[in-house]
Design a protein around this ligand. Structure first.
Ligand code: FHN
Length: 481
């Protein structure tokens, strides 16, 4: 059996699983830059102006759709009649399903209800500006037409269609961007692909089937890199993002450098900090949490589920409320980040109703208040998001952050947006205002009727009506010099 060590000593990327909800969380995903990369990434060589230009659409977007969809969706969290704890897309690993049995699932995978049009339209109606879909997850099954490996949706299933191509066509039609998630390191069905066990990352990771044994570099050269080449060249102007995941110690700087050489041939591409080999990529990717103060000076994207799984589980109904999801979006934007919110279609390709409903509701709010989110920058204030506890500690011993949920703020050069969660009564008082306020109104008021206000030195008082205009978040706009 190949023994793989998790990469913590090289990359301080810690995965842990909450036993109560079974959702993987990633903490401290900052990856140290190594001056001794065998291959310089574009990020190392471009000027700040070039970098800003490359990141411009992504920074403007603020809200994207993550899609976890694959063979695991067919099992929907159950194997051999038993509900398997943990996240749905990990079922092969968590239930130690033999490779041959897992691969046989492809014979029945026939998502005839899949509609690229409807999924892209759903993302658009939610106010999302980009989609990132699992082109290949850790199970090794390619959701695209791959000539280099037959374990893919076109060749191995009765469906014989390429949903990635269909999505690319629809995204182009409907004006939304498309990125691909690719599990470059873990691959549980390809010989040599990495695999580690969830729940106890102190133990060495390991294979559970002889068919998984092999050499990692050979896997990379015969499957992962050739498939990445296919993804990067067969879909026209897409992908705009490559979303790597779960690097292990197998991904040496040299091997990662081979991937970087390929990525460098696509100078507009954005890729995240989970390649491995010490490369930090373009974006930090906190998972299932919002960092207390964001990552000042660094682009970041919080990826989150709506319930407790990424891949579909028929019995996971622990959905967050629309209020929580919207507050998350606003909180993230107020800290300068993007929100990549997941959907997990089922085996037929249907998006679970509770997910679609929440997205529609978020879209309704954004249709009125999107100006306070898209293309905005982080708060000019900061104390409104909460404070670090003097007594409570995180697992790592650092003070625990206690969020406050009264309001958040986002900005543009001439406006300050205040997203009010808790109605402050007839007056909103704001201290430490670094700009001169020239006007105030609500985004939810179509007439933008001016509100009375007093601009004091360094502070402002805005006179408010008795009740909120929106039960979740009412956006007050302050025009500023
Ligand atoms: O192991 C994966 C998990 O299945 C899921 O894809 C998430 C999404 O960010 N990433 C990994 C855990 O960090």
């Amino acid at each position: 059996m190949t023994m793989l060590r998790f990469i913590a000593p090289v990359l301080p990327l810690f995965l842990f699983f909450s036993s109560s909800v079974g959702v993987a969380q990633v903490e401290g995903e900052h990856i140290a830059t190594s001056a001794s990369h065998p291959v310089a990434a574009i990020q190392d060589t471009e000027t700040p102006a070039q970098h800003d230009a490359r990141m411009a659409w992504w920074r403007e977007a603020r809200f994207g759709m993550f899609i976890h969809w694959g063979l695991y969706s067919e099992l929907a969290g159950t194997w051999n009649g038993k509900q398997i704890p943990g996240i749905g897309e990990w079922i092969m690993n968590n239930a130690s399903i033999p490779v041959a049995n897992y691969k046989a699932l492809a014979n029945h995978f026939n998502p005839t209800a899949f509609s690229a049009h409807d999924i892209v339209a759903l993302a658009k109606s939610a106010g999302m500006k980009y989609i990132v879909i699992t082109a290949k997850h850790h199970d090794g099954f390619a959701m695209f037409d791959s000539k280099v490996n037959a374990f893919n949706i076109v060749q191995a299933t009765p469906f014989h269609r390429d949903p990635i191509r269909e999505l690319a066509v629809e995204c182009r039609k409907q004006g939304i961007k498309l990125g691909f998630y690719y599990s470059q390191d873990q691959d549980w069905t390809a010989p040599g692909g990495s695999a580690y066990k969830t729940g106890n990352h102190d133990l060495p990771s390991h294979h559970w089937d002889k068919a998984q044994d092999g050499d990692f570099a050979t896997y990379l050269h015969t499957k992962a890199i050739p498939q990445l080449k296919e993804l990067l060249s067969n879909y026209g102007d897409f992908p705009v993002v490559i979303w790597f995941d779960t690097p292990t110690a197998d991904m040496t700087p040299e091997l990662a450098g081979e991937i970087v050489t390929l990525l460098n041939q696509h100078p507009n591409l954005i890729w995240n900090n989970r390649l491995g080999g010490g490369y930090e990529g373009d974006t930090n990717t906190p998972e299932q949490y919002i960092p207390a103060k964001g990552y000042p000076g660094r682009d970041w994207e919080a990826c989150m589920t709506m319930n407790d799984t990424w891949g579909y589980k028929s019995y996971d109904n622990n959905f967050k409320s629309t209020e929580t999801l919207l507050r998350n979006l606003i909180d993230i934007a107020s800290k300068g980040g993007n929100y990549l919110l997941n959907i997990g279609p089922d085996a037929k390709g249907n998006v679970p109703l509770p997910e679609a409903e929440r997205l529609h509701q978020m879209g309704k709010w954004l249709a009125v208040n999107g100006e306070a989110i898209y293309g905005t920058q982080a708060t000019l204030f900061g104390a409104e998001d909460g404070s670090f506890s003097a007594t409570e500690k995180e697992k790592d011993g650092k003070p625990k952050f206690i969020p406050a949920w009264n309001w958040r703020s986002t900005t543009t050069p001439h406006k300050i947006y205040i997203e009010l969660f808790t109605w402050p009564g007839r007056n909103f008082h704001l201290d430490n205002v670094p700009r001169h306020v020239t006007g105030a109104y609500f985004l939810a008021d179509p007439a933008h009727k001016p509100l009375k206000f007093e601009d004091k030195s360094n502070a402002v008082d805005v006179h408010l009506p008795a009740a909120a205009l929106d039960p979740i978040a009412t956006v007050l706009v302050l025009n500023t010099d």
